[in-house]
Design a protein. Structure first.
Length: 134
């Protein structure tokens, strides 16, 4: 008694290099999203609202730092550590209560925005997939 057998052969970049290319596309999308988020954090820092000399604003950087990981920081990438007062400006320092300053929550605002799944995120991943697989 022979069992029926079917074989399907698929060819092309999606099937031969998929894992490598998917990671490449995801990394590209994540990098683009991090750079976009960087701009959204920086845009919240303006005179009278967390910006005095512009040092924090200049040192906010979004980047992809390893496969499938990206971040936006307050100086770690450029300076080796986040600017010491970035915690206070954000509003997460122990000094915030002592100095009666709530903070501006620039990073939290952008994180909350990203959690909502904005259209821009889909667009960045769509573009990255098209570039990598075409």
């Amino acid at each position: 008694f022979l069992m029926p057998k079917a074989t399907v052969h698929m060819d092309g970049p999606l099937f031969t290099d998929a894992p490598k290319k998917l990671i490449e596309a995801a990394n590209r999308g994540l990098k683009d999203i991090a750079v976009h988020a960087q701009g959204r954090v920086r845009d919240q820092l303006k005179p009278g609202h967390g910006r005095v000399e512009g040092t924090l604003q200049r040192n906010v950087l979004g980047y992809q730092y390893k496969d499938l990981h990206a971040m936006v920081d307050a100086g770690e990438k450029l300076l080796g550590t986040n600017l010491i007062y970035s915690w206070w400006v954000e509003g997460v320092s122990t000094l915030n209560k002592k100095r009666n300053f709530e903070g501006y929550f620039m990073f939290r605002n952008v994180s909350d925005w990203l959690k909502k799944g904005p259209k821009e995120v889909d667009d960045y991943f769509r573009r990255a997939l098209l570039e990598v697989f075409s």
